[in-house]
Ligand binder design. Structure first.
Ligand SMILES: CC(C)(COP(=O)(O)OP(=O)(O)OC[C@H]1O[C@@H](n2cnc3c(N)ncnc32)[C@H](O)[C@@H]1OP(=O)(O)O)[C@@H](O)C(=O)NCCC(=O)NCCS
Length: 201
């Protein structure tokens, strides 16, 4: 299994990744999906792979651990719980229109989700909207940048012209992260609290 350092990929110029069928093909030996081992800047280990329907329980547990500020920053409004249909929807993606990468902590039982990044493709504009989340105790060690870079790479692989997302103006960590990755921010008309950040590909 290859070991990727979260910092190795940040900042860097995006490279075309191998096709997803090679990166995430089921392991012929164990029958388990193959992920990519990631070592964080402070030496912790995670598995990076595509999201799966079986991640629903981990997604719901992760949501329960989130501070309300992070829920609002990710979903753009307050939410006290993640309803099961929504969790299911987040885990059962349509690969034609979506991609989602998760960072799984397999050092605990059950394995826990520490981060997730996803894109949703808008065919009409040939762009994709992104979202990203890293669990608070796992922030500031390069994982947000790693996920964002994967999303940028995936958009390039799909031949999209732009990746974009909405970020609350008070969300300094995300605005700083995106600036570091070359995204530009613009105001959303009529929404003083929100910026639209984007990267032309
Ligand atoms: C924003 C978020 C994804 C950042 O994740 P992260 O794993 O901490 O990001 P990284 O460790 O890769 O940080 C990369 C850079 O982003 C910036 N950054 C990240 N967190 C920061 C913070 N708290 N304050 C200032 N800058 C910050 C820094 O420039 C950082 O580089 P540095 O650590 O070398 O200074 C994470 O805080 C998060 O999930 N927040 C809640 C959900 C959210 O806001 N999502 C975005 C809207 S879709």
């Amino acid at each position: 299994m290859n070991m990727t350092s979260a910092r190795d990929t940040y900042p860097r110029h995006a490279q075309l990744p191998p096709p997803s069928r090679e990166r995430y093909a089921p392991s012929p030996v164990s029958g388990k999906p193959r992920g990519e081992a990631v070592r964080t800047a402070d030496g912790r280990e995670l598995i990076l792979r595509s999201i799966e329907p079986g991640d629903m329980a981990a997604v719901q547990r992760c949501f329960k651990r989130l501070p309300s500020q992070d829920v609002r920053r990710r979903f753009m409004h307050a939410m006290s719980e993640l309803p099961s249909p929504m969790a299911q929807r987040l885990c059962r993606i349509d690969p034609e229109l979506e991609a989602a990468y998760v960072l799984i902590d397999e050092t605990v039982k059950p394995a826990e989700l520490r981060g997730v990044g996803r894109i949703f493709v808008d065919i009409a504009s040939n762009t994709a909207e992104f979202s990203v989340l890293v669990e608070r105790e796992w922030t500031r060690i390069g994982l947000g940048a790693l996920l964002m870079q994967r999303l940028v790479d995936e958009c390039r692989r799909r031949g999209l012209s732009e990746i974009w997302g909405y970020v609350l103006m008070e969300n300094r960590p995300m605005l700083d992260l995106c600036k570091e990755l070359g995204f530009v921010a613009k105001m959303v008309p009529g929404e003083a609290s929100t910026a639209q950040i984007s990267l032309k590909l």
